[in-house]
Design a binder for this molecule. Structure first.
Ligand code: NAP
Length: 494
């Protein structure tokens, strides 16, 4: 398929839909819009290629921590994933091939950053600002996600470090790490992947840990050629494998990772055995043992992280960082850790990512102001006062237990229903404030006894006030039930 002139809008034309971001969400939305004949349609993307987070995170060892047959679009299947957990280049290639196969490339305007949008009530359209000029669109679908503003720690003296210093999400491939003294700050999902790779080449690696993560065995493995051939020949076999993985996560991980239950204790015991097997030294093991409940922070999976920490060229430093100097890191006990390179594996500024969307809605209200009491959206997708604006992977739709791709697919379905209402004659579709309030009350009630609030830790899932505005507090099946089809009574058509 190639894009028709109808779909590829000229610069001055009002788009039917503008999609922001060419990652998993934006591409999924664009494919479905094309299939539904929606256009003119354009995707703007700040980078120079598709892939979103999978384009940006190129640190050594970057890979998915959800099995690939599950972490892929159901309507863009791939039979020949090479590993159980595909590495980043393979996922990015998958997204590029998917975009090409579905004829999306001519619709994507690369190198274009969304800087804000203002709703024009009289004309019922959005005036969008980008660094490459304005765009008009009847509807905007944000595929920007929340994990793309690297968070740097607020450590005194950070700017004074003399050597190269970079974030895992902005890896500097020009820096040769071989033989160097490298400091890694942070021990989250990115760190457990990058640390084993750095440890292989570093002269010395000092890992600065503030909180030890819970880590389960990964059991990653190459997928046999015969299995790939079978999945190619018999698509049903691949679909069965996907369903098996989905239900495994949906039941076991949901019950064990989202609320304190018997399964939480069992998962903790498994993780402790994993640690004990890999780290016989009791002092090191003690440093690596979490003191909060499993699931409170994202549960990590790795088979090579603990062994990496046993290497003679690796030190696990648990003293708090006092400051950074030109030469390295000083911990609060006064010890100086001289370094050549600092790697920040310190995660993302999720709340700021959403709040920074400079969006002015129907009554001149800014989205950030609508969210002074915390981020929130109906089904995580729409916000009262912001007609014809839809978010994919918006507030409260992240997951700690299953593949977020399944959430994206539900949201794409929901947005398509809304776009269809616009095609059928409505000028605007906007969630009713009372429907949004009801939805958010339901979320907050479910959140109260979740492991993220009650598990004894502080994570990026919570905002400054301690509210969880990032994760969905229920199963994927429950989200499907809640959001897949639009309840028109919850929306106002203008
Ligand atoms: P993260 O989970 O937010 O971890 C950040 C780490 O930096 C934590 O260990 C944190 O310690 C530490 N840190 C932050 N500020 C610090 C400071 N001032 N001093 C010392 N330590 C500090 O970030 P991430 O590892 O990049 O992962 C973010 C999310 O991205 C994940 O939860 C996941 O959703 C996604 N991700 C997914 C994959 C995948 O395989 N699919 C891979 C990577 C990332 P504390 O724990 O004490 O706060």
């Amino acid at each position: 398929m190639t894009a028709t002139t109808h779909e590829a809008a000229s610069a001055a034309e009002t788009l039917e839909v503008l999609i922001v971001g060419a990652g998993f969400s934006g591409l999924a939305m664009a494919i479905r819009c094309r299939q539904a004949g929606i256009g003119p349609l354009r995707v703007i993307e700040k980078g120079e290629s598709v892939g979103g987070t999978w384009r940006e995170n190129t640190y050594p060892g970057a890979a998915c921590d959800v099995p690939s047959h599950l972490y892929s679009l159901s309507f863009a299947p791939k039979a020949d994933w090479t590993r159980m957990y595909a590495p980043q280049p393979e996922i990015q290639a998958y997204l590029r091939e998917t975009a090409e196969r579905h004829g999306l490339m001519p619709l994507i305007q690369f190198g274009t950053t969304f800087s804000g949008a203002r709703w024009d009530e009289a004309r019922a359209l959005w005036h969008v600002e980008t660094d490459r000029g304005p765009i008009s669109a009847r509807a905007i679908v944000s595929g920007m996600g929340g994990l793309h503003h690297p968070a740097y720690p607020d450590i005194p003296g950070r700017a004074s470090f003399a050597g190269p210093a970079f974030h895992t999400a902005a890896w500097d491939h020009a820096v040769d790490l071989a033989g160097k003294r490298i400091g890694v700050i942070g021990t989250g999902a990115s760190a457990v992947q990058v640390v084993p790779e750095i440890a292989k080449v570093a002269g010395h690696l000092t890992l600065f840990q503030r909180t030890p993560p819970w880590i389960m065995p990964k059991h990653d493995h190459a997928i046999a050629e015969a299995t790939k051939a079978r999945y190619r020949r018999v698509p049903l076999a691949r679909r069965i494998e996907r369903a098996r993985l989905f239900w495994l996560h949906e039941v076991r991980a949901f019950l064990g990772f989202t609320k304190v239950s018997k399964l939480t204790g069992q998962a903790e015991a498994l993780a402790r055995r994993h640690l004990a097997k890999a780290v016989p030294d009791p002092a090191l093991r003690a440093k690596l043992t979490p003191d909060y409940r499993l699931g409170c922070k994202r549960v990590l999976i790795s088979d090579d992280y603990y062994p990496a920490l046993r290497r003679p060229n690796v030190t696990l430093e648990t003293g708090a960082i006092a400051r950074i100097t030109a030469d390295g890191v000083i911990t609060e006990d006064g010890s100086a850790h001289d370094l050549d390179v600092i790697v920040y594996a310190t995660g993302f500024d999720v709340t700021a990512s959403f709040a920074r969307m400079n969006l002015i809605g129907r009554s001149g209200q800014c989205l950030a102001d609508a969210w002074v009491e915390g981020m929130g959206a109906y089904q995580g997708i729409t916000v009262a006062g912001f007609p014809n604006y839809f978010m994919l992977l918006g507030p409260n739709t992240g997951l700690g237990h299953n593949s977020v791709i399944s959430m994206i697919e539900v949201q794409v379905r929901h947005v398509l229903d809304c776009l269809t209402a616009l095609r059928q004659g409505a000028r605007a579709i906007e969630v009713r404030p009372e429907a949004q309030a009801r939805f958010l009350d339901r979320i907050r009630a479910r959140m109260a006894d979740s492991i993220w609030q009650a598990g004894g830790c502080r994570s990026w899932y919570l905002d400054e006030e301690g509210r969880n505005t990032t994760l969905w507090p229920d199963s994927v099946v429950a989200y499907r039930r809640s959001a897949r089809r639009v309840r028109m009574a919850d929306y106002r058509l203008g």
